[in-house]
Ligand binder design. Structure first.
Ligand code: C5P
Length: 222
């Protein structure tokens, strides 16, 4: 079977990681969650009292603490250095700060190198903001996943309340809009649809429907 790469990009809350994980499972590909990598660095930097505006210190922190993905009982765990951060990187505090950390050129350079190295290991599904445009410009399949702001905020609301957070829907709308704006307006590798990416609006689709569309597009390329 031919080795292929699938790049899935899109704004916050479009369902990228849920869909990417299922597609990877179905095809037996490696799943690489690049958002988790920026989140892991953000957490480590906060714990080490690093100023999140300090590009050099952030990059040194990343070089000192390599990020790894490990599978444990079918669940993908994220580690930075020796610390398992799988759950800790999903808190609202990290979500609020991660776009600042991800805006620095040096940090992105190191991350992209790491991501490309991971992608060389075999067939991958990689999700993020700049995968189709920057990390894997030659990916065989590029998807840009989006949904209306109402739908994305609603999904995030359900996920957060399920995990015990007390939060208002309007607050989530504001946070998502702000994060998307930061990700779209940064100078280095901003969030945007690659010219050759296929746009899928998931507002009216179930997860299974989205997964099926991507699987059939992937199989055409294998
Ligand atoms: O996908 P997730 O919401 O976990 O991503 C968290 C943040 O990491 C994004 O809002 C963005 O600032 C950053 N990110 C990025 N480039 C990627 C993946 C994520 O800048 N490829």
């Amino acid at each position: 079977m031919k080795k292929i790469s699938i790049a899935i990009d899109g704004p916050a809350g479009a369902g990228k990681s849920t869909v990417a994980k299922k597609v990877a499972n179905e095809l037996g590909f490696l799943y690489i969650d690049t958002g988790a990598m920026y989140r892991a660095l953000t957490l480590k930097a906060i714990n080490e009292n690093i100023d999140l505006h300090d590009e050099d210190q952030l990059n040194k922190c990343l070089l000192r603490n390599p990020i790894q993905f490990e599978i444990d009982q079918h669940i993908q765990r994220v580690k930075i250095g020796t610390t398992d951060v799988t759950e800790a990187i999903r808190t609202p505090e990290i979500t609020k700060q991660v776009s600042l950390v991800a805006s620095h050129a040096k940090v992105r350079e190191t991350m992209v190198e790491l991501q490309r190295r991971l992608a060389k290991e075999g067939s991958v599904v990689m999700d993020g903001r700049d995968i189709g445009t920057n990390v894997l410009p030659n990916a065989e399949l590029k998807i840009f996943l989006t949904a209306s702001i109402e739908e994305r905020a609603h999904r995030r609301y359900l996920e957060m309340t399920k995990n015990g957070y007390e939060i208002k829907l309007e607050q989530i709308v504001e946070e998502i809009e702000l994060r998307d704006k930061k990700d779209q307006e940064r100078t280095v590798a901003p969030l945007k649809q690659a010219k050759d990416a296929i746009l899928i609006d998931t507002s009216q689709l179930s997860i299974e429907q989205v997964v099926d569309v991507i699987l059939s597009l992937a199989r055409e390329r294998m």
